[in-house]
Unconditional design. Structure first.
Lengths: 381, 342
């Protein structure tokens, strides 16, 4: 922000960054031949621990984490380049996604030396799967109203309550959650890293609208968490959580969810309504070019030590609406309702996008919440 | 980093102080003003981005885009983009650039050269009245003629600015062998118009932001209402993303043809122009619909500019054809500046 006006500085990839893109592109072409993996929709890609390990071995996870803790010591732009290539082919990123995008950077920023030593190298190797414990049955957009409670007990804390809409909790090695440690609305929140195998912790799967089972509810009944698994100071959870959400928002995953569908459509535009489809494809291409520039500008700001939270909210709000519009466009050109059960993976993927697309403007902050954040930034200065 | 904050500041201050709403309206009613042109010319602004050896002010393409963004934001009623295009065409042939306002013929496909004589017609020629030269790419040549020699049917664009129907019947022309094509004119024009659009959207954002903080209804400034704030958010998004696209396309155009970058930028700018007009008017209510209020200077220009040097459909068809032919969306969207042509 400059005064009351938002500004994103233009930036392009350096030669090294371009070389990285070529390297990732070539690796993925060999590692993920067409038909060898379930096509994913952006961050909703398949869960494939071996694929995550392979990416870790290439040094493409935890890229911006500090080297002394096993990270790549590289940049947010490098990470963006890798992520764009992964999402372009609908790669199975589900196992490492949350750890790589937000839990790792959160631990690097707020963790103790021991926590960093323990978690960051394993995140960078692709060994860990983090789930996000934020929402609760009665706390969604009003996140500061969370009630799941952590009470001091001996050398740790006892947690009681429920977390919901927790993607991949059933397979997660860790849940990084926001819990209430006092009655103070914002100052009474603290983040903890919880082992899902803890006594008293139950993960139940919630069938998602497309019939998949990645969504979970997590119940905590007197779950003991050692104090060494508290992330950051007691009462610092709200600020950490807000920073984490900002990391969640400005990236390529907010405009690329439909990419495998779009690429397939672009490559197969038939003669049925060529002009109309061609113009739609052109409009989509123009906007992808624009959003790529936006993600790149935001990543460059992060690398310069800035925290472009409002910019990221602005980007996510418009990019996720664009993603949904793309579903609408491709569906209009499809000519019939695609079936989820189709043996054609592209048809099935489009069907999945149609069903799950509405969640894209909900997860990570709804359109309405984001607009409020942006408007506050614009009018209060 | 903003490449030249000094120029940005100078342009903003000069345009803001010189081109108040009354001045803009007067030009619309009375026609082009030589005094306003001269004041702007004294600062060298019309020929920024044209080399000094050709008679220009020097400076980069990025600096030219800065001037035009400022001109868009303050609805400057001068043919700055048109003069710049004409000067660029003349300079590209090694010709000396004359002083004074000039213009170009955006679509010269209806014109022919017979020797040094120009014949045919063209529509929607902006700012012909008062121009010292009108320049066009015709039959592989750059041709410059004296507007006084043309038959002109006066017209006006949606902003009330001159946009004429022109007929030439064997009019004498200075002709130069051209390195530039009609498509180069379209692309350069699209980039300059996009800069003006980015500026005008930014202007509409600023006007709307001030208005909703001042206007009181139901006992509160209307900026307190979330449903009104949403319009400001949409304007901020359109302004930020359009400006970013213009600056990226400008960098690409400084090193190559940048056909992908410019076509994408103008497509996005056109789209955002439409969204911004709607959002700004909706936030303003009835006052914004009057000629007495400043917003219309911006929104009427946005309506005009989105249709010039590439409308959304023609640009999207062009982009779509190129992507369907080869490469794919991501290869184009993440390509390095000026390496993918459309």
């Amino acid at each position: 922000m400059e005064g009351n006006r938002m500004r994103l500085d233009p930036t392009e990839l350096t030669e090294d960054e371009q070389a990285l893109r070529e390297e990732v592109r070539a690796f993925l072409a060999a590692r993920l031949p067409a038909g060898s993996y379930p096509l994913g929709l952006g961050m909703g890609g398949g869960v494939d621990p071996q694929f995550s390990l392979d990416l870790g071995a290439k040094g493409w996870l935890g890229m911006a984490l500090p080297k002394e803790y096993g990270g790549g010591g590289r940049s947010a732009v490098d990470r963006l380049v890798v992520v764009e290539e992964l999402l372009a082919v609908g790669a199975p990123v589900g196992y490492h996604w949350v750890a790589d995008r937000q839990s790792g950077p959160n631990i690097a920023a707020n963790g103790t030396a021991e926590q960093k030593r323990s978690f960051l190298p394993r995140i960078a190797r692709g060994e860990l799967c983090f789930a996000i414990g934020m929402s609760e049955p009665d706390s969604g957009s009003d996140l500061a109203s969370v009630r799941a409670k952590a009470t001091p007990a001996g050398r740790g804390w006892v947690i009681n309550g429920r977390k919901i809409w927790t993607t991949a909790a059933y397979v997660a090695t860790h849940i990084l959650g926001l819990f209430r440690t006092s009655g103070d609305r914002y100052g009474g929140l603290t983040q903890f890293i919880v082992d899902p195998a803890s006594d008293g912790l139950t993960v139940s799967r919630i069938p998602f609208i497309d019939g998949t089972q990645e969504f979970c509810e997590v119940a905590f009944e007197d779950v003991f968490v050692p104090d060494s698994m508290r992330l950051g100071a007691v009462g610092a959870g709200w600020g950490q959580n807000t920073a984490e959400l900002a990391l969640e928002r400005g990236g390529a995953d907010r405009w690329m969810s439909l990419m495998p569908v779009l690429e397939h459509w672009a490559a197969n535009i038939s003669g049925r309504v060529p002009g109309w489809a061609q113009a739609d494809l052109g409009s989509i291409t123009a906007r992808c070019w624009a959003f790529h520039g936006m993600s790149l500008a935001i990543a460059r700001m992060v690398d310069e030590g800035l925290s472009p939270a409002i910019e990221a909210a602005l980007a996510k709000e418009m990019a996720t609406r664009f993603e949904q519009e793309c579903i609408e466009i491709v569906t209009r050109h499809y000519g019939r309702a695609p079936q989820l059960t189709s043996p054609d993976p592209q048809e099935s993927l489009l069907a999945r996008a149609i069903l799950t697309g509405p969640s894209w403007t909900i997860r990570g902050g709804t359109t309405e919440i984001l607009r409020n954040i942006i408007a506050k930034g614009l009018t209060q200065a | 980093m903003n490449q030249n904050p000094e120029l940005t500041g100078l342009v903003d201050e000069f345009f803001r102080e010189t081109f108040g709403p009354d001045v803009i309206t007067a030009v619309e009613l009375d026609g082009p003003s030589a005094a306003l042109w001269n004041a702007t010319g004294e600062l060298g602004l019309p020929l920024v981005g044209i080399a000094e050896e050709n008679g220009g002010s020097g400076g980069t393409l990025g600096e030219l885009l800065t001037v035009l963004q400022g001109a868009g934001q303050w609805a400057v009623p001068l043919p700055l983009a048109e003069t710049s295009l004409a000067a660029w065409l003349l300079a590209s042939c090694g010709a000396q650039v004359p002083a004074g306002p000039m213009t170009v013929i955006p679509d010269a496909s209806g014109l022919r050269l017979g020797g040094d004589r120009l014949t045919g017609g063209a529509r929607a020629v902006p700012w012909l009245r008062g121009a010292s030269r009108v320049v066009a790419v015709v039959d592989g040549c750059v041709a410059a003629v004296d507007p006084a020699a043309l038959d002109v049917t006066p017209g006006a664009d949606l902003a009330g600015l001159p946009s004429d129907l022109v007929t030439a019947s064997g009019v004498p022309a200075e002709t130069y062998a051209a390195d530039v094509s009609a498509d180069d004119v379209l692309l350069r024009g699209a980039l300059l118009r996009s800069a003006q659009i980015a500026g005008a959207i930014t202007g509409a954002y600023e006007v709307t932001r001030s208005y909703i903080k001042e206007r009181v209804q139901f006992g509160r400034p209307i900026a307190a209402f979330q449903s009104v704030q949403m319009h400001l958010v949409e304007l901020a998004q359109a302004a930020t993303l359009t400006t970013l696209c213009v600056e990226r396309a400008g960098r690409a155009a400084a090193i190559g043809t940048a056909s992908l970058e410019i076509a994408a930028t103008k497509s996005v700018a056109n789209r955002h122009a439409g969204l911004a007009v709607r959002a700004a008017h909706q936030a303003h209510g009835a006052i914004g619909m009057t000629r007495e209020y400043r917003l219309q200077h911006l929104t009427r220009r946005l309506h005009t500019w989105r249709g010039e040097f590439g409308d959304e459909t023609s640009l999207n068809l062009r982009l779509g054809a190129a992507v369907a032919r080869s490469g794919g969306i991501i290869a184009a969207a993440t390509s390095v500046a000026s390496t993918v042509g459309v």
